[in-house]
Write a protein that binds this ligand. Sequence first.
Ligand code: CP
Length: 320
Amino acid sequence: KRHLISAADLTRDDAVLVLDTAEEMARVADRPIKKLPTLRGRTVVNLFFEDSTRTRISFEAAAKRLSADVINFSAKGSSVSKGESLKDTALTLEAMGADAVVIRHHGSGAPHRLATSGWIGGSVVNAGDGTHEHPTQALLDAFTMRRRLAGGEGDLSGRRITIVGDVLHSRVARSNVHLLSTLGAEVTLVAPPTLVPVGVNSWPCEVSYDLDSVIAKSDAVMMLRVQRERMNAAFFPTEREYARRYGLDGQRMARMPEHAVVMHPGPMNRGMEITAEVADSPRCTAVEQVTNGVSIRMAVLYLLLGGAEPAVSGAPSDHP
Ligand code: CP
């Protein structure tokens, strides 16, 4: 495959290849020199039209660990604020020789447009588009679940994953539902009725409005950020009501099976969807997910750009 636009495009074999490659990449992080020469001479552009901390920094770290040249483009402070279009921005990047463009955009479908437009010749990676998809987030989540629940390179078949909260605005939820179902997991979405997207009945998952009825049977409980910036006040339960019915606190977490983990893609609204007690508990994988995100993004860039040398070699001479 040349682009990564949607988790729904990944076959089980594709997904397992990314996850297994990311395990190899994770070994690089354990070395004194955390770098491979595989993408030397290649250029990766991070094209961010929306704010990001984790995704932007981890794509940059991933590209640098593979020895690629990295150009960071943020719409704020660029000619986008003067009205320059996505097309002209893309043509500018193409003129600079981008081999891969990692794009985050507020418009659902912008990465697909970029990949199919012919404006650029390189690979396009979706780093989050509107309320549509965030495929590398789903991959790093699956990677984290494999490590925590299936011994690293095991199988997520039959694992019960509960995704809780603002599903309506969540590209993370959609990508996770697609990827986890492809990997054989059983996914249940839990949300207030006002925050469930139209058309969810066609998604490969169950839907519940009652967190307490599913939490005791979950192997992982993924809390979603309440996206206040995309929220229409009329659709929102009060914050207090939301936290009471759909938030995860210590008491609720205690009802989870002993082996089960709490996940959060970040950024977190502490006190809203998750209490500080839960966020800071050893059962919460939020920080681990960030670390794993670098390995996943290394794997994605490596596989899309086809590194000329083995992904990981033990020979110290491979280091630049
Ligand atoms: N999880 C995630 O996408 O975080 P950022 O918005 O900080 O990149």
